[in-house]
Design a binder for this molecule. Structure first.
Ligand code: ATP
Length: 251
C-alpha cells in the first residue's frame, strides 16, 4: 500500500521545468528522503503533495486522495511543513500547539495534554509562553514541526526540517521522525544533508533537474561521492541528448 504517491508528475513554471516525469511512493512505516542540489525540484514535489500546487501533469495522492481536495478525516491524519512553518506569530508557543491539536480534531483536554507533551518533546519549555513571532528561526522551525506532528500523522512530509536547527534539534527531529515511522507513518523528507538523512531514511531518492536520477543506500559508504557521480552522469546524458537533437550535432 502507498501512503504518499507522485505518479509520472511533471511541472513547469513558464519555460522552466521543475519536475520531469517524477514517480515516487512512500509506504506506511517507511522514511524516504529526497535529496538534490538547489533548484532540483524538492520543494515543488512536496508542495504538490501538500496540495499547494497543481502539477502540470501526473497524479498525486495522499492516503489515496487528491491532496487538493482531502476529506477532513484524511486531512486529520496528514501532517506537513513545506517552506514556512504554519504558526500564528501573535499566539504563544503553548497556544499554537493547543490550536494545532484542536485543528487536528483533539478535544480540549486531550489537546492541552498533547500540546504540553509536544513542548517537552521539542525542547521548547523555556519558550512555552513566548509569542511565536518573537522566536528564533530554529525555535520557530521546532514549533512548526511540533504543530504538524503532535497528532501522530499517518502521512508526513517535511521540507528541509533541520535547516535552521542546532545539533540538539537535529537529534530531536531524527527521533521524532523515526518514532512516527516505527508506529506506521509514511514520511517523505527533503534535505541537502546526506549524512543526516542517511541516519533516518530507509530510502534516498536523488532528484536532479526535476528527474529521479537514482537511489542511494542509506547504509552505504561514500554517499557524497556517489551522489555527485549520479548528478554528473545525469548532466552528461542530458548534454549528449541535446547534442543529438541539435541540427549539425555530433550524434
Ligand atoms: N514559483 C516559482 N516560479 C518560478 N519558478 C519556480 C517557482 N518555484 C520554483 N521554481 C523553479 O523550479 C525549480 C525547482 O525549484 P524547487 O524550489 O522545487 O527546488 P529545490 O530542490 O527545493 O531547491 P532548494 O534546495 O534550493 O530549496 C527551480 O529552477 C526554481 O527556480
Amino acid at each position: 500500500m502507498t501512503a504518499l504517491l507522485l505518479d509520472d508528475v511533471s511541472h513547469t513554471f513558464g519555460a522552466r521545468t521543475a519536475l520531469d516525469h517524477l514517480t515516487l511512493s512512500v509506504a506506511p512505516g517507511q522514511v524516504t528522503a529526497l535529496i538534490g542540489l538547489n533548484g532540483a525540484g524538492k520543494t515543488t514535489a512536496l508542495r504538490a503533495l501538500a496540495g499547494r500546487l497543481r502539477p502540470t501533469r501526473g497524479t498525486v495522492r495522499v492516503l489515496g486522495h487528491n491532496p487538493a481536495d482531502l476529506p477532513s478525516n484524511v486531512a486529520m491524519r496528514f501532517g506537513h511543513v513545506v517552506e514556512t512553518p504554519l504558526v500564528y506569530p501573535e499566539l504563544t508557543v503553548a497556544e499554537n500547539l493547543r490550536c494545532a491539536a484542536g485543528l487536528h480534531g483533539l478535544p480540549t483536554r486531550a489537546a492541552r495534554q498533547t500540546a504540553s507533551a509536544a513542548v517537552g518533546q521539542m525542547g521548547l519549555d523555556p519558550w512555552r509562553l513566548a509569542r511565536a513571532g518573537t522566536l528564533s528561526m530554529g525555535n520557530r522551525q521546532r514549533l512548526g514541526i511540533a504543530c504538524a506532528t503532535l497528532h501522530g500523522p499517518t502521512a508526513l512530509i517535511l521540507d528541509e526540517p533541520t535547516s535552521a536547527l542546532d545539533p540538539q534539534g537535529v537529534v530531536l527531529v531524527r527521533e521524532l521522525v523515526r518514532g512516527l515511522a516505527d508506529v506506521g507513518a509514511a514520511v517523505l523528507v527533503s534535505s541537502h544533508h546526506l549524512d543526516e538523512v542517511a541516519r533516518i531514511a530507509d530510502e534516498i531518492v536523488v532528484l536532479h533537474a526535476g528527474c529521479d536520477v537514482g537511489r542511494l543506500e542509506p547504509g552505504g559508504t561514500d554517499l557524497e561521492q556517489r551522489f555527485f557521480a549520479m548528478v554528473l552522469d545525469a548532466d552528461t546524458r542530458a548534454a549528449t541528448d541535446t547534442n543529438a537533437q541539435t541540427p549539425g550535432g555530433r550524434a
